[in-house]
Design a protein around this ligand. Structure first.
Ligand SMILES: Cc1ncc(COP(=O)(O)O)c(C=O)c1O
Length: 380
C-alpha cells in the first residue's frame, strides 16, 4: 500500500523524480495555506508563534534523527549547513579535507573556500561508483581533519557504508560530515549513536518539504569548536528585547541557535515543512523504505539488461531509492529521456544516465507504465 491519498498528484503525470523534488503532501499544503492566512491578518503573527513554529519543527526533526530538539539547526538546504561547518571549522594551514570526486558540488565547494586559509581539498576518485571504507582509510593522511560525503550519491544511486566509513574516520581522528539529502526519510539514522560528527539535509526531496527547507546537526562537542561567522540579532534576542534600548552584545557562549539560518520563523516554508516531516516520521522511514523498495524491485526486475546498463546497484545494502541506468546504444539515452517525458513520465537525465526515483506516493502501475516505454522498440 502506498500513501498516495496523502498527496494531490495529477494522474496524468507520473512523477518519478523525487531525488530532485518530491511532491508536497496535502497536509503541508494546508499548513502553507494557514501560514498565508496568518500573514493576511498580521496580528496572528504573535511573538509566541515566532518561537513556537520553528521550535515545533526542530522537535519533529529531532524525533526523526534521535537528537534533542535544541541541537537541530534549521537551514534552507544542505549547502547552508555545510557552509556553517566548513566556514567555522578550526583548520590550521596544511590541514586537509577528503571529499569524493564526482560527488554533488554542495559537498565540495564550501571546503574549497577554506583553500584561502591554506587548507587542501582532496577529491578522491572511487574505484567503482562511490568510496568504500578501505578507500577512505587509504585517503586519510596525517593532516586530514574532515571527511565529507553523501550518504546516497545523487548521480549513481549508490549508498555509502556510513557505519564503515564512520569507523575509519573515528580511528583516524577525522571528523565525518554526512550529507543525507538523498537518504533521510527513506532511510533512518540515530545521530547520537551513528559514527558521524555532522548531518546536513535538504528538505525538498525524501522529506517532502518545500524548496529551500532543510536542517543540520553537529555533535555538540564539535559545534563548540566551530567559529560562528554570523551574528543575527533574533538568534540572541526576542522582538520584545527591542523595546529595551541597550547596546546589543555578542553571546558569551555560542550555541545551535546562533548557527541557524536567519528568519527561522519563515512561516510560509516552516509550517509546510513541519507537516511534511511529521508525515514522513509518522509513516516511519522503515515503512517508506519498504514501499519504495518494492517499486525499485519491480523496476529493476523489468529493465532489459541487454539493452540497458544498470549504473545503480541491483540489490544489497548499497542499493537506494535512486535507480540509475543508461541505454547501451550510443546517444540513445537522451532520446529515451525525451520519450519518457512525452509519455508523461518525469525522470531525471543526469551525467548521461536516466535517474528514476520513486517515493511513497508512487504506484506499481506507474512503474509498469515506465517499463512499457523502456520496452517500446524502435526508439533511440
Ligand atoms: C546530495 C545533495 N546535496 C544537496 C543538494 C541540494 O541542496 P543545496 O542546494 O542546499 O546544496 C542535492 C540536490 O540536488 C543533493 O542531491
Amino acid at each position: 500500500m502506498t500513501c498516495r491519498a496523502a498527496f494531490d498528484l495529477d494522474d496524468g503525470v507520473v512523477w518519478l523524480n523525487s531525488a530532485h523534488q518530491s511532491a508536497l503532501p496535502r497536509a503541508a499544503a494546508d499548513a502553507a495555506a494557514e501560514a498565508v492566512r496568518w500573514k493576511q491578518r498580521p496580528w496572528e503573527l504573535s511573538t509566541e508563534r515566532f518561537s513556537a513554529v520553528p521550535a515545533s519543527l526542530r522537535e519533529t526533526i529531532g524525533g526523526l534523527i534521535g537528537a534533542p530538539a535544541g541541537e537541530v539547526m534549521l537551514s534552507n538546504g544542505a549547502s547552508f549547513g555545510l557552509h556553517a561547518i566548513a566556514g567555522g571549522f578550526p583548520f590550521e594551514p596544511g590541514d586537509d579535507v577528503v571529499v569524493m570526486r564526482g560527488d554533488f558540488p554542495s559537498n565540495i565547494l564550501p571546503w574549497r573556500l577554506r583553500e584561502r586559509d591554506g587548507v587542501a581539498v582532496r577529491a578522491i576518485a572511487p574505484e567503482a561508483a562511490v568510496l568504500t571504507p578501505d578507500e577512505v582509510a587509504a585517503a586519510i593522511g596525517p593532516r586530514t581533519r574532515v571527511v565529507c560525503l553523501s550518504w546516497v550519491h545523487s548521480f549513481s544511486g549508490h549508498a555509502l557504508d556510513i557505519e564503515g566509513i564512520g569507523a575509519v574516520c573515528r580511528r583516524a581522528g577525522a571528523r565525518f560530515v554526512v550529507n543525507a539529502t538523498q537518504a533521510l526519510g527513506v532511510r533512518s539514522i540515530d545521530v547520537t549513536s551513528a559514527p558521524i560528527d555532522a548531518l546536513v539535509v535538504s528538505g525538498w526531496k525524501w522529506l517532502c518539504g518545500p524548496y529551500a527547507t532543510g536542517f543540520f546537526w553537529v555533535r555538540p562537542e564539535l559545534l563548540a569548536r566551530l567559529t560562528c561567522r554570523q551574528a543575527y540579532w533574533l538568534s540572541m534576542q526576542t522582538a520584545d528585547d527591542l523595546a529595551a534600548a541597550s547596546d546589543p552584545e555578542l553571546p558569551v557562549v555560542w550555541g545551535p541557535r546562533q548557527f541557524e539560518i536567519f528568519g527561522t520563523a519563515n512561516f510560509f516554508n516552516v509550517m509546510p515543512f513541519q507537516a511534511s516531516v511529521a508525515l514522513v516520521a509518522g509513516i516511519g522511514p522503515a515503512e517508506v523504505r519498504r514501499v519504495v523498495d518494492e517499486l525499485v524491485d519491480q523496476l529493476i526486475a523489468g529493465i532489459d539488461a541487454d539493452r540497458y546498463e544498470l549504473v545503480s546497484p541491483a540489490s544489497g545494502p548499497s542499493r537506494s531509492s535512486l535507480v540509475v541506468f543508461a541505454d547501451r546504444r550510443p546517444g540513445a539515452t537522451a532520446a529515451l529521456y525525451r520519450r519518457l517525458r512525452e509519455a508523461g513520465i518525469a525522470t531525471a537525465h543526469r551525467r548521461g544516465n536516466i535517474r528514476v526515483s520513486p517515493h511513497i506516493y508512487n504506484t506499481p502501475d506507474e512503474i509498469d507504465r515506465t517499463l512499457h516505454v523502456l520496452r517500446a522498440t524502435g526508439a533511440g
